[in-house]
Ligand binder design. Structure first.
Ligand SMILES: C[S@@+](CC[C@H](N)C(=O)[O-])C[C@H]1O[C@@H](n2cnc3c(N)ncnc32)[C@H](O)[C@@H]1O
Length: 284
């Protein structure tokens, strides 16, 4: 991909708020370059430099193609409202926990989606060995590319797997992150156990998401303009066949998670509920 041409072509192009985004593939590291060092098994297929552990095991849970198409439509349909709300949340958590400033670490991003967390959270993304784990292969959208051009430059190890069945060696990662994703896993307790196994002693797990019942903040306009805006957004999602809520489980507070983390042996380092969101940092 010629990046200067790509950025040149974005200049002065008109874009309305509900225009579908252009999607891009991340710069992916070839699994052959890292598999022997980081994986605990080799039963994956290399598909476009995604180490696919799901296809090879023939777990066609939830019809992967349909899931993937759903996420591609979701990403195309993301508008600046949604996008610009997620960035300060990541920045806030990064500042409070100081985890945004880590360098030269092995980081596993579980349910990592597009991989944007590499740049929207971490201040030294170039220095990290970054593993993106997600059962769906999602693509970067142009708004992230405009904001964080390095997402097209820094190679990410992209792994198709479930949080509940991680293909990594024991005691490997310095940091495991799960941002806005724990509410999507079918068995979050297994994810906590798997993360514990894959973390080095002293390594940290960062879990963040919204709380149950959190409302989308992008409808803060009241009156007739607010109503029209809400209707326009609804129509846009309908047109793109994007559901309003696809969470498996939502947490009303951090209590249950902290209980389960303690049970496994994690030490809670810090936790905070802020506005309608939370984060927890737990250490192995
Ligand atoms: C709302 S997105 C969050 C993406 C990204 N972490 C972010 O902050 O934007 C939730 C992600 O969880 C992924 N997911 C769903 N079930 C999963 C599972 N069992 N294991 C790992 N990831 C899963 C979805 O494919 C999706 O990419």
């Amino acid at each position: 991909m010629n990046l200067s041409n790509l950025f040149f072509d974005m200049i002065d192009v008109k874009r309305d708020i509900y225009q579908n985004a252009t999607l891009f593939t991340q710069h992916r590291l070839s699994p052959e370059e890292y598999q022997n060092i980081y994986f605990n098994r080799s039963d994956y297929q290399n598909i476009d430099n995604v180490a696919d552990f799901i296809k090879s095991k023939r777990i066609e849970k939830n019809d992967w193609e349909a899931q993937n198409q759903k996420f591609i439509r979701y990403h195309q349909s993301l508008n600046p409202h949604t996008f610009f709300n997620s960035i300060p949340i990541d920045h806030y958590i990064g500042q409070k926990t100081k985890l945004a400033f880590v360098q030269n670490q092995i980081v596993i991003d579980i349910g990592g989606g597009t991989g944007h967390f590499l740049s929207s959270f971490f201040r030294y993304p170039q220095s990290l060995k970054y593993f993106l784990v997600d059962p769906n292969v999602r693509l970067l959208h142009d708004q992230f590319v405009r904001m964080y051009p390095e997402l097209l430059e820094i190679p990410i190890a992209h792994i198709r797997a479930y949080a509940e069945d991680l293909p990594f060696k024991n005691d490997l990662a310095d940091l495991i992150v799960s941002s806005s994703a724990i509410d999507h896993y079918s068995d979050y307790k297994l994810f906590l156990k798997e993360s514990y196994r894959c973390l080095k002693r002293g390594g940290s797990l960062l879990i963040s998401s919204h709380l149950a019942g959190a409302k989308s903040n992008d409808s803060s306009n009241f009156g007739i303009i607010g109503f029209i805006e809400k209707a326009a957004r609804g129509l846009h999602r309908l047109k793109n066949q994007v559901s309003l809520n696809d969470h498996v489980k939502e947490f009303p507070s951090t209590e249950e998670l902290i209980y389960e983390l303690n049970k496994i042996g994690y030490q809670i380092q810090e936790q905070e509920v802020f506005k309608q969101y939370f984060y927890i940092v737990a250490r192995k």
